[in-house]
Design a binder for this molecule. Structure first.
Ligand code: FCB
Length: 432
């Protein structure tokens, strides 16, 4: 790490040791398609064939899950967030593949055997081709297909996993897939994005009800990424307005809907979805960086003139994690919080360690301000496919792998985090 980056990180790092309670949940997060990759019948594979996103050979998790879970356990990690690739378990409409379910059951069982709790997410950005071809979630008549899958997957896995999520980052899914048009289904239309906002919330409520009816009854947590929108220049009225409008839609609608059941999407009549109120046992909070609204469109934001910048060009700003956790805790009183993703693309282990240390310090500040944060899941254990970057140099893993053999190698950050977990102390003197 350069001296300049060392100096940039210094003010963001904790000054005193931070102690974590023995029941603080340490985990890692991943998603099916990003880790498994392969030639599955989903729309990201189709988009890669069309040259719109990078191809995804995966990191070998589909066959190596048992070793990865044992590796996680050896680092002291006790929670593993994974997802089910819908196109694997339902490759054609209404035809469920029991062999694929068997593999997911075996993965959950291997986790439990290693002393690691699996957290099973049912939707992480990828649609089966058959579902996409029928018009996906934009077509309300298709919603029953998703709920049938949720029910089948829930029944298949409930005896093997105690924690579920309906979907990853539903608001970012709407933002990228329907407003910005950068992700499949590549729609760029405000009316569609507003309709989808309502749909993902309604589907969450329906799926929550389905999952909570399972035996044994699981914990069901949301997962949303906090984007912390800010004007690039605070005194620029237009930028301020853009950031506020974005925030009112993105975080405002979501938090109000979860708290009250009222869905107030711009340009649509308010709608009360009664069973959306309180439809979460835990709020999964992802965080990477704050978002700026400036003259050249959105970017990343920091309160410093010269912040550390990661390999994807994003400014490091742990304050967004602190403020976001406090805001969500206030909006949803009584709901525990879990950091379900936080991590950084880098090739520099000193950078990764500092990024994590700075965000754990922010998490601790949020706890001191009253946010009931129960754990921290790092994104991710083993390097995986990053949606628009593929397997470029921008790696998020605590662990790398050899693409020729699949062999894993734990990085310095993995050893550092393992020590924090083992001792229950983040000691600033031990940041290399
Ligand atoms: C999150 C996504 C996850 C991963 C990380 C880096 O927003 O949920 O799939 O790509 O970013």
């Amino acid at each position: 790490m350069s001296d300049a980056d060392r100096a940039r990180f210094a003010p963001l790092l904790p000054r005193e040791p931070i102690r974590f309670a023995p029941d603080f949940a340490w985990g890692v997060a991943s998603s099916a398609f990003q880790a498994e990759g392969g030639d599955v019948a989903n729309d990201w594979v189709a988009a890669a064939r069309a040259g719109r996103v990078p191809p995804n050979p995966g990191n070998g998790f589909w066959t190596r899950a048992e070793q990865d879970l044992a590796l996680a356990a050896s680092l002291g990690l006790r929670h593993y967030r994974l997802s089910v690739e819908w196109s694997r378990v339902e490759p054609a409409r209404g035809r469920f593949d029991e062999a694929a379910f068997d593999r997911y059951r075996a993965i959950c069982d291997a986790a439990v055997a290693a002393g690691v709790a699996p957290w099973v997410n049912l939707f992480h950005f990828t649609h089966p081709t058959w579902f996409a071809e029928r018009g996906g979630f934009l077509e309300p008549a298709n919603h029953a297909d998703f709920l049938r899958y949720v029910e089948r997957a829930g029944r298949a896995l409930a005896p093997h996993a105690r924690h579920f999520h309906v979907s990853n980052e539903s608001m970012v899914y709407v933002l990228t897939g329907y407003l910005m048009g950068t992700n499949p289904p590549f729609v760029r239309d405000a009316a569609s994005a507003f309709a989808m906002t309502r749909h993902v919330l309604a589907l969450h409520a329906d799926a929550f009800r389905i999952l909570k009816a399972l035996e044994p009854q699981p914990t069901v947590a949301t997962i949303e990424v906090y984007l912390d929108p800010r004007p690039e220049q605070p005194d620029d009225a237009l930028q301020r307005q853009a950031a506020e409008r974005f925030d009112a839609w993105y975080h405002g609608v979501l938090l109000e809907a979860l708290a009250t059941g009222w869905v107030r999407v711009p340009a649509r009549a308010p709608e009360e979805i009664g069973h959306l109120r309180g439809a979460l046992d835990c709020y999964g909070f992802n965080y990477y960086n704050a978002t700026s609204f400036g003259a050249d469109g959105p970017g990343s934001w920091s309160d410093r003139g010269d912040p550390p910048v990661d390999a994807m060009g994003r400014k490091v700003f742990p304050g967004g994690l602190e403020d976001g956790l406090v805001r969500v805790a206030r909006a949803l009183p009584g709901v525990p919080l879990l950091v379900t993703e936080n991590g950084v693309p880098t090739t520099d282990e000193a950078f990764r360690i500092r990024y994590v240390a700075a965000h754990l310090a922010a998490l601790e500040r949020a706890r001191q301000r009253g946010a009931d944060v129960r754990g921290y899941f790092h994104w991710t254990l083993v390097d995986n496919y990053e949606w628009h970057f593929g397997f470029g140099p921008e790696r998020f893993g605590l662990v790398g792998f050899d693409p020729a053999t699949g062999a894993r190698h734990a990085r310095a950050s993995a050893r550092w985090l393992a020590e924090v977990i083992r001792t229950g102390v983040l000691d600033p003197a031990r940041i290399p």
